[in-house]
Structures are given as C-alpha cells and as structure tokens.
Design a protein around this ligand. Structure first.
Ligand code: NAD
Ligand code: UDP
Length: 335
C-alpha cells in the first residue's frame, strides 16, 4: 500500500514508518517539523533501507495535502500530526483546536476530494477522563477535562459522523494508553524539545545527568504504593498496532472502528523508576512532590477488542521499554 503518515517524523509516526516500510509498504511522511527534527528521516531510511518520501508542510494546507495524496497515489492515511501537551492546551486552547480539530477537518476534505477513504486516527485514553471502572474498555463513557482531550474527542465525534454519513469511509480510532520506549537500534526515540512533561522522557534525562531529580507527583493515591498507575506500552508494539489496524480496515465492511492500544497492565511511577534504574544501571534521584493538577490515580486498558479484531497484542515488557528508552537517550549523550 501507499501510506501517508501525517506527523510522520514525530515520535510515534517515525516508529510506525519503520514498521510499515519493513513490511514492504511505500511510505510518505508529511510534517511541519514543529516538534521533530529532519534528521529522523535519514534514520528511518537507514533502518529500513527503503525510499521514504518526505513532504515539509502543514496538515492544514488542504491544497498541499490533496496534491500529496494524488501525486503519491495514496491508499490510506495515518493521522499523527497534532499537538499533545495537556498543560499547554489549557493556556492555548485555540491553537489546540486549530491544529488538532482544524487540521483533521482539512485533511478529511483533502482525502474526500482525492477519494482516499481509509484513515487511522491517533486518539488517546485521555478521552475516558477519570475512570468509572477498570480496566477501561472501549464502551467506557468519554469525558474530557482539558482542551487537549476535548480536541481528540471532537475529532472522534467528527469521524463517527462522517462514517455514518458516507459508507465509503474506513476509519479506525486508536486510543493509545502511555507510549514509551524506543526502537531497539537506539536510532529513533522520544526527544522532546522542551523539558519533558511525561514520566519516562523525564527519567531518561535524569539518568543521563541532564536533569537533576525526578518529582514524583503524589504518593497518596489509592494505589499499592501511593503513586499513579498507568498502562505503559512499547512504542514499537504501538506501531505494529497501526499496521494491524490498516490490515483490518482493508477487510471490513464497517465504516468505523474503535480500539484501545494498551497492554492491560498498570505500573506505578515508582515501579517505572526501579525498572529504569535496572535497565540503565543508574540511580534516579527523586523526591515526592504534590499531586499534579488533573492527574488521575489509575488508568489501564481492557485490550481484548484489539486482540480479537486485529490479531494484535502488545508483546514487549516494561524492561524492554526502559532498556530501549535508555539506549536511545544514551546515544543522544554521545552525539
Ligand atoms: P510528536 O509531537 O512526536 O509527533 C507529532 C508530529 O506532528 C511532530 O513531528 C510535529 O512536528 C507534527 N506536527 C504538529 N503539528 C503539525 C501540523 N499542523 N502539520 C504537520 N505536522 C505537524 O507526538 P507523538 O507522541 O508522536 O504523537 C502523535 C499523535 O499521537 C498525536 O496526535 C498525539 O496527540 C497522539 N497521542 C500521543 C500520545 C503520547 O503519549 N505520545 C498519547 C496519546 C495520543
Ligand atoms: N509523573 C511524575 N513525574 C513527572 C511526570 C509524570 O510523577 O515528572 C507521573 C504522573 O503523575 C502520572 C505518571 O507519571 O502518574 C504518568 O504521567 P505522564 O505525564 O507520563 O502520562 P499521563 O498518563 O499523565 O498522560
């Protein structure tokens, strides 16, 4: 297949590009490089020994996206491009709606015009809000508490309306839990431009001596050790989930599908710290800080639907996730 990955030089996009290219697909990456570096392209090419086309541009540029779809005879789109920091979304809601909702709307118009009707969309477990029960299955009510989450939910609703109105569409909404880790080679991984908001990139920088100390946000949650519990999923497992979703869309008669991509297993902040210490051989200094506003105690997926419908199941362990994240981080130190 010829597959367009918007946001394709980003963290999840680049890993998915590797998995898809290694499976023999023709890949086009479109990215405005607002949160990724062009050096990722050479690394993806080196890993896959494939030709990977790259278009520097904005997903909101409908004319450009239409041209890319036509020029490359695109069969399917995976839409990663977007902004994802919860705190920033509270400060800049219009930017979040513009890029995440407006960007998707523009992409959908370009796709319809080019008669490309297969779409995989990057959604998030954040659409579930504070869990009413665990594990969280796809029928759990959705409720968002911040503009980032609402932007994802608005897009999900828009896509459901589109799927209901036009039977040509084949759409998969993938609700990611907490992607971490990196490609085994250590060549690509997660390297945010600013001080990381997320746990594992933060720990990785502490291990590398770039940041002094991890703040553990709260140890008084109703969890076994009092720290927050999340469903961490290896980014390569997640990437493989995208390929499985594309394969499933090719054989379905139904327009809309919703899948959790998680492992079904939760780990606490302190368990992740210990796993990272083991993987890196470094001590991670930390102190207990107040809870972070908006955080929930526990969140993990019911992952059975994806396994049954996609034949996909996350394979890699927390140790694998930490070891690969550390390998990538250590390679940055050497650069
Ligand atoms: P990322 O920031 O690494 O990748 C996103 C890419 O999109 C970046 O390369 C950025 O330059 C590009 N981009 C942003 N705005 C663009 C625009 N207007 N036009 C073209 N390109 C643009 O983030 P990621 O972690 O790879 O996330 C990918 C998607 O997955 C996002 O939609 C995100 O909301 C979603 N998601 C991520 C997580 C996570 O924890 N990483 C969890 C759930 C959902
Ligand atoms: N966390 C932490 N210190 C940090 C970053 C995160 O203690 O510097 C905790 C956070 O409170 C949550 C877990 O780590 O319990 C995962 O947070 P992250 O931001 O990675 O993902 P989220 O689930 O919030 O999207």
């Amino acid at each position: 297949m010829n597959i367009l990955l918007t946001g394709g030089t980003g963290y999840i996009g680049s890993h998915t590009a590797v998995v898809l290219a290694q499976a023999g697909h023709q890949i086009v990456l479109l990215d405005n490089l607002s949160n990724s570096d062009i050096s990722v392209l050479a690394r993806v090419k080196a890993l896959t020994r494939s030709h990977i086309a790259f278009v520097h541009g904005d997903v909101r540029n409908q004319e450009l996206v239409h041209k890319v779809l036509m020029d490359h005879h695109i069969d399917a789109v995976i839409h990663f491009a977007g902004v994802k920091a919860v705190g920033e979304s509270v400060e800049q809601p219009l930017r979040y709606y513009d890029i995440n909702v407006g960007g998707t709307l523009s992409l959908l118009k370009a796709m319809r015009h080019a008669r490309v009707f297969t779409l995989v969309f990057s959604s998030s477990s954040t659409v579930y809000g504070n869990p009413q029960y665990l594990p969280i299955d796809e029928d759990h009510p959705t409720r968002c508490t911040n503009p980032y989450g609402r932007s994802k939910l608005h897009v999900e609703e828009m896509l459901a309306d589109l799927a209901a109105a036009d039977p040509h569409w084949r759409i998969a909404l993938l609700r990611y839990f907490n992607p971490i880790g990196a490609h085994d080679s250590g060549l690509i991984g997660e390297d945010p431009n600013d001080i990381p908001n997320n746990l594992v990139p933060y720990i990785a920088r502490v291990a590398a001596g770039k940041l002094e100390c991890l703040r553990v946000f709260g140890n008084d949650y109703p969890t076994p050790d009092g720290t927050g519990v999340r469903d961490y999923i290896h980014v390569v497992d997640l990437a493989e989930g995208h390929m499985a979703a594309l394969q499933a869309l090719a054989r379905t008669n139904q327009s809309l599908h919703v899948y959790n991509l998680g492992t079904g297993q939760g780990y606490s902040v302190l368990e992740v710290v210990r796993a990272f210490e083991q993987a890196s051989g470094k001590t991670i200094p930390y102190h207990i800080a107040p809870r972070r506003a908006g955080d929930i105690a526990t969140c993990y997926a019911q992952a059975a639907r994806a396994e049954a419908a996609l034949g996909w199941k996350a394979q890699r362990t927390l140790q694998d996730m930490c070891a690969s994240a550390w390998k990538f981080q250590a390679s940055l130190v050497l650069e």
